[in-house]
Design a protein. Sequence first.
Length: 602
Amino acid sequence: MGQNFGQEVDCNIPPAFDGINVNCCANPTCKNFLVAVKLSVKDKNYSLTGKGASRSIKCRSCGKHYNLKSNRAIAEEVQRLNKTQVLAHIAAQDGTSCSNSSCANFGIKIVDFPHHYRKIGFTPAGNQRYQCQSCGKRFTFGSRKRISHPQTKRNENSMLFKMLCNKSVGQRLTEITELSQPTIYRKIDMFYERVVEFMARREAKLPSLDIDWLRLSVDRQFYNVNWTSRKDQRNVVLSAIASGDRQSGYIFGMDVDYDPSINLAEVQDSVEFKKDLNLPPYLRNFARIWTDHDYDQNVANKPNMGAIADSLMDQMIAQQIDIPLALPEIEKLLEEYCFKNGLELSAQSSDTKLPTNGALIHLEYTMYAHFIKLRKLLNNVNRLAFYLDYESGIDRALLTAFPDWVDNGRLTALYVSADKTLGTHKRQALDAVTKRKLEQMVKKGEARDLLEAAIITTMDYIDKPIQLRKNRKDIWYSIPIHRVFEANKYVCFITDTSDWKAEWKAARAVDASLRTTDSFFNLARRRLSSLERPILGRANNGALWDGYSPYDPHQVEKMIQILRCYYNYVLPSKRDGMTPAQRIGLAKGAVEIRKILYPRLS
Ligand SMILES: [Zn+2]
Ligand SMILES: [Zn+2]
């Protein structure tokens, strides 16, 4: 019966898949750290607790509980985030490589590896035909199919691209460009394909770059996809996770928890789905996606974010506290409220619904896949420091993606939290006080520079643990260095620092910040009209609805990737005239949009 060594196999534990196994202890100070749970009933390291959906493993060494996850679902999500389908579509259009995603030659370009392909004559139009030596697939090189759909007013594509990244909305876009709405949407599709291919090509060079270390902020942002019917005004809420390099500002990922390629109705008609109904979530065939059944069972009792936000505002008004006007700040407030009160900040509630097309992905699976993808890109970087916004399970998702990195000290991880309830002027005042204090220390010769002064000041605080979150055991430290963008900062070390000197801990705590992702998220809200509205203010939805928030959740993903490309590669910063890609070493200068849209194929 497939049982090994006479042990009874426990079919209720998800097996490893594609080298992925996250069902293990994720506590870096525990002796069972990253030791996978065995598929046998007898495991000296773990015991199983709970029944059905809430079944979890309990580490016998440190006593922590971990929910079981489907490793297969994580592998599927990694596949999706690699955008294999989009890349296959582009390869088929361009004819630059085999477009069969399961072939060894997939993505292997003719121009780089001509002997992987065989020339098989020409099309009537005179284009070269090739055959893949590995899978036998035949295709035409440079048939220029990709150009056919956006051919109309091709010269205006760069302009349209820029306008999209500068909050130009539908009506104005058609007015200025004199392009019809459907043409604009076709062009957006083409832009999306090109930026995906462009960034994949550039980021593939990351492993060959000589990078000593990166400090990455990790956070997520929510998006409200408008309701399409006046009868049902519940919104679809998506979120994207991103990691941003503190030094260069380069943004990795912005991975949205939405899969456009899935037909939920078809899924729910399938035999596999019927079987899933009797299985716990982590053993399901469709463990990765939110099904109607899932949604009905899980979101009804979730706190309604809009309602919490509204009551939070009411309280602030009653106490005459300044209410931040910038929407991203309000969103942060809400996050902080949930965090401090031990509430799970869930985007899905009784006030939201599943998308009509495609499928919403369980965010945790997108998170696991985000880090696995990041590990592949950054595999040759010497050291990494991660600054995470607190999120249930994010530590486990990060640490399991980087096995071996933690024990040999290559990876350090911290949670960062800052007080967003402070108004701008209070933050400015705190910033000024900090600056004055640090400058005095330098003047008195107590520190060589401001950074050293900040570290010395922080050292007094880094051994005074505080409890920041209700009913939680995690240990936080208050950091006395206030900045306008991050005041009243707290950090919590995830990786083991027991053998660290106080000044090392202080240095990490001073540097820890979510600023990189924060700035990009603000940019996304400011620059993309479709993402303007955060998930708040139900009452205003009708009034704000201008018909141009995307009906189609896929539009969110497309616009985010277009903006990520624009921000990383096209737009030089006012500070040093460089782009993030240039600073990290993925570009020599600002890249022209036309070079992204019309790359040389041969
Ligand atoms: Zn443990
Ligand atoms: Zn092939």
